[in-house]
Design a protein around this ligand. Structure first.
Ligand SMILES: [Zn+2]
Length: 189
């Protein structure tokens, strides 16, 4: 796969009917309620391929080649209108696979960073045993399924699974919770 720009302009008039119908085949409108803002209603979840960061992706023809495009970028253009170059399509719901138009908004890289910081804290909702379990399941289970199982975004599942998040879980006595348990056990209570 050639390197591609994450923020190319996307114009609705360039999106053929074939691409539109292909796009909608991959969208499940009965997704989970967003954890951060359930009042937004169910997410429309991308069921096809994901990028390493956990965003939906799709290959579309352009200038005789097939290029990769972020699904929610395409979805924004299909449902709402043009996406200017260098602007991000951000998720109000924190679900990176989400395609629902009213969960998406345009923003800058800086705003994207803020979103990530807010949503990353959600991985703290996993208990330590869940983190350990997730890491062993990661060997055999697709990221999207893992994310669904623990009701977290695929991006966080990936970070937890690879130790980019919750790094010290599983190192036993180094974690305060484990140390506490260990000491309680040692004193016979
Ligand atoms: Zn959503």
């Amino acid at each position: 796969m050639n390197k591609y720009s994450e923020s190319p302009a996307v114009n609705p008039q360039d999106i053929s009917e074939a691409i539109r119908s292909c796009y909608w085949k991959h969208v499940d409108k009965n997704g989970p309620l967003p954890e951060v803002k359930p009042e937004l209603g169910p997410c429309w979840v991308w069921k096809a391929c994901l990028t390493k960061k956990g965003y939906g992706r799709m290959l579309i023809p352009k200038d005789g080649k097939r290029i990769q495009i972020l699904a929610h970028r395409l979805g924004y253009a299909i449902q709402r209108g043009p996406v200017p170059e260098n602007l991000r399509v951000l998720h109000a719901c924190g679900t990176r696979t989400c395609q629902r138009a009213d969960h998406l908004y345009l923003g800058t890289d800086a705003e994207n960073g803020r979103d990530t910081a807010v949503h990353d804290r959600r991985s703290e909702k996993l208990t330590n045993p869940q983190v350990i379990e997730l890491r062993s399941l990661y060997e055999t289970m697709p990221l999207a399924e893992l994310a669904k199982r623990y009701n977290i975004a695929p991006h966080y599942a990936y970070k937890v699974a690879t130790g980019r998040s919750r790094r010290h879980v599983g190192e036993g006595v180094k974690s305060s919770t484990y140390r506490q348990r260990f000491q309680l056990a040692a004193t016979g209570d």
